[in-house]
Design a protein around this ligand. Structure first.
Ligand SMILES: [Zn+2]
Length: 157
């Protein structure tokens, strides 16, 4: 059984607090300028909830390094508010626009469990077809990084 305090503890353990040295959001528009200004020198836990809440849809604008560093802030918000726009957009992002390149196996496993938690705890519930589809897509996208998956592949060879 997944509970929020365990997931939050594991989120902290899996994603260290760090700032991004390079570009946080590469695009040149007002929204991306604001993103860079607000996230610069922040670690994921220091990003204000208010900022995350007002920026439910910005994950695709982040660079790969920015995405890997700040995704946990959006995850934490979503865990606490599974019916928020942040949670809904996060499920879409993790399944349809996953950028897994900078993540390790432990982080990927946690992301899959976050998807299970969110789809079980939003208003639609675990059995809802849209929730089921989100969960399946996210599991497929992130399971690539899980060690047991690569073991299976080795055995197939
Ligand atoms: Zn932009």
């Amino acid at each position: 059984m997944l509970d929020i305090s365990t997931l939050e503890k594991r989120l902290r353990a899996a994603f260290p607090q760090r700032t991004v040295e390079g570009v946080i959001a590469p695009h040149d528009c007002e929204e991306c300028v604001a993103l860079r200004a607000n996230l610069k020198n922040e670690t994921w836990d220091s990003v204000p909830d208010k900022f995350v809440g007002e920026n439910a849809d910005v994950l695709p604008l982040l660079s790969e390094a920015g995405y890997a560093a700040y995704l946990p802030a959006w995850i934490q918000y979503a865990l606490r508010q599974p019916n928020s726009d942040v949670a809904n957009m996060l499920l879409v992002n993790l399944g349809h626009e996953p950028r897994t390149s900078k993540f390790n196996a432990a982080q990927a496993s946690l992301i899959i469990e976050v998807a299970e938690f969110l789809t079980a705890n939003n208003a639609f519930g675990a059995a809802d077809p849209v929730n089921q589809e989100s969960r399946a897509k996210i599991a497929q996208a992130w399971a690539e990084l899980r060690p047991n998956k690569s073991l299976e592949r080795t055995r197939e060879r």
